[in-house]
Design a protein around this ligand. Sequence first.
Ligand code: OSB
Ligand code: MG
Length: 358
Amino acid sequence: MPLVAPFETSFGRTTDRECILIAIHSGGLTGYGECVADRDPGYSYETTGTAWHILKDFIAPLLFGQDVLDEQHFQHLVERIRGHHLAKAGLEMALWDLRGKLESRSLRQMLGGQRDQVQVGVSVGLQSSPEVLVKTVQRYLQAGYGRIKIKIKPGRDVGDAAAVRKAFPDIKLQVDANSSYTLATWEVLKPLDLLELLLIEQPLNEDDIWDHRILQRELRTSLCLDESIITPRHARYALEMGACRIINIKAGRVGGLSQAVAIHDLCRERGVPVWCGGMLETGVGRASNLALASLPGFTLPGDISASNRYYAEDITCERFSLNPDSTIDVPTGPGLGVTVDTNVLKKFTQAELHLEPE
Ligand code: OSB
Ligand code: MG
């Protein structure tokens, strides 16, 4: 699906998003799930290709012939498949949607969400220069976004962030490095500590929880981990080590909404703020993110922007829009609460596979 504008991070530039949409059927109803793996292994080792393989050759065969009772049961079944959280989470989302439709309950209700609207911000990709970045940020502020996140990478960090802070002294501002620094190179980031940022997201590698601890002790600004938190256990490790003070929760990265809720609960018990990350989702994944972010521990604005920030045309009939107070409404219909527009879906479909029990 073509993005309305290219999205560039430290790991690359996306102009079109490729994803896998999963549909499962029972009792005359269909549940949909979005697997957020991208074409390239930049953010995660998983890709649409690996997810396709894992879903087709390992996850689907495990489920066929079983009465999958709920999402916990699903997690138990897929435990024997190591990793591949994005693939697992896509299928789990479809199970939630289907169960919600069968039980006439919204995903928000099923997860224990407590809000009708959730606070959101916008994640702004790397731009051609600090001047262009400031203009881009200004457009999003004018559109009503109350929190801005900018992407940084070596060579495009303190200068970009300082330019935005200088132009907009009072906005809620945060930065995301997507793992592009090391303990040997991070020191250039020290001046960020003077910019009153909400947080600095994932400066070091996915497997560098310990090094984030070393970094957090050098910075006044809170570190927030994204890539590093791949299970509820990793969340506990990070908090017990002092590797971060805030966690970005993405259901995809942690293997499903059930795992996302477990991390939320752990952080809430410990008084650690969390917020809902994004993966440029279609309307399907966006509905899931909104339901998740309605849980009470999500106290910081999520990377869940309005549909028109991403796609001119989406695969859901519903489009999500920004309210004047920088919130988006949480869907209320059964399951995800969205309807897939089969014509648009057909238009964007590159490959299709039907799987049935033998
Ligand atoms: O690191 O949060 C990230 C998009 C793709 C992969 C990783 C990230 C992102 C974003 C976009 O920041 C958030 C959004 O969906 O608006
Ligand atoms: Mg991130």
